[in-house]
Write a protein that binds this ligand. Structure first.
Ligand SMILES: [Zn+2]
Length: 54
């Protein structure tokens, strides 16, 4: 997965939780060292928080 802030590769930090029907997985970026949350539903990535820049 790519970081929504800088576009570099991010990896799961190991932290997971559930939120409103989503499986949320915290990701840590190898570029900016910041974390973000990936929201999955039915095993598919739906969105990230923050959202990726367009
Ligand atoms: Zn980043």
């Amino acid at each position: 997965m790519n970081c929504p802030r800088c576009g570099k590769v991010a990896h799961p930090s190991g932290k997971k939780w559930k939120f409103s029907g989503f499986d949320v997985e915290q990701q840590k970026c190898t570029g900016c060292s910041k974390t973000f949350s990936a929201y999955y539903k039915d095993g598919k990535l739906r969105h990230t928080v923050p959202k990726a820049k367009k």
